[in-house]
Write a protein that binds this ligand. Structure first.
Ligand code: ADP
Ligand code: ADP
Length: 229
């Protein structure tokens, strides 16, 4: 079943008198359960595309359908629900709330979502048992990223959107975080989209889409997929 359908998407940015074409005629289909890596150099349009899929930024034309919802046709109210329920976000810099504990950071998103998983179960799954009462500043970067993955996953999103999830981590910790993302994909059947400029990440994907100058340069099934292990 198709979980994400991107059809003829165009997006421009206006800056003073000049118009900049950030995305040109993007077509992408993602099936439920896939791990898709969107690869491309800085400025190729990755963030713009991810923000559009996440319902954060509007597109100029075309359509993005996630879990049968056409994002461009949602009311403001429906868009809020969409961001709360259907998609989970993982960022490079974790974006945890500093004065809330690990448990509270995860609880916060669980509480605003209609359908949420058991918090202890998710904490266990991401390997943070025993750290529930710690604050983000008392955790390593890798541990903070585990919290941010738990926070995204606890609301049982259909789609997990990851923006350079290992960008701030050393290579060993990066591997652990990628393994965790694979585990989430398998255990919770969450479709995963990762944007990155890091070529090393593509080996774990079952699909690799390359963006260049706002266009899809290539889109292929990764036959040499290896686990992040
Ligand atoms: P990437 O994530 O691949 O680095 P982005 O999607 O951030 O690429 O940016 C694509 C292009 O659009 C870049 O040239 C960037 O400078 C431009 N861009 C992104 N956001 C804006 C904005 N808010 N206003 C103007 N130009 C933007
Ligand atoms: P990333 O490293 O994730 O690609 P960027 O550093 O390209 O992110 O952009 C960070 C933020 O700044 C994004 O929200 C993007 O939309 C915005 N942005 C990027 N380029 C420009 C630009 N030329 N003008 C205004 N905003 C921009």
């Amino acid at each position: 079943m198709s979980i994400l359908s991107i059809n003829g998407v165009h997006k421009t940015y206006q800056s003073g008198q000049t118009t900049f074409q950030a995305l040109t005629d993007i077509h992408v289909e993602v099936e439920e359960g896939e791990i898709v890596v969107i690869l491309g150099p800085s400025g190729s349009g990755k963030s713009t595309l991810l923000n559009a899929i996440g319902g954060i930024d509007a597109i100029d034309s075309g359509s993005i359908v996630v879990n049968k919802k056409n994002i461009g046709r949602l009311s403001d109210r429906e868009l809020v629900d969409y961001r709360r329920e259907d998609v989970g976000f993982v960022f490079q810099m974790y974006n945890l709330i500093p004065n809330l504990t690990v448990y509270e950071n995860i609880e916060l998103t669980a509480n605003i979502s209609r359908e949420s998983m058991s918090i202890p179960e998710v904490i266990h799954a991401v390997g943070l048992s025993g750290m529930e009462e710690r604050f983000p500043r008392e955790l390593s970067g890798g541990q903070q990223q585990r919290v941010s993955i738990a926070r995204a996953v606890v609301k049982a999103p259909k789609l997990l959107l990851c923006d350079e999830p290992t960008g701030a981590l050393d290579s060993v910790t990066s591997k652990e975080i990628l393994q965790l993302i694979e585990k989430v994909n398998k255990e919770f059947n969450t479709t995963v989209l990762i944007i990155t400029h890091n070529q090393a990440i593509k080996s774990m994907a079952n699909r690799v889409i390359t963006l260049k100058d706002g266009k899809v340069e290539s889109d292929f099934v990764n036959e040499h997929q290896t686990s992040a292990e």
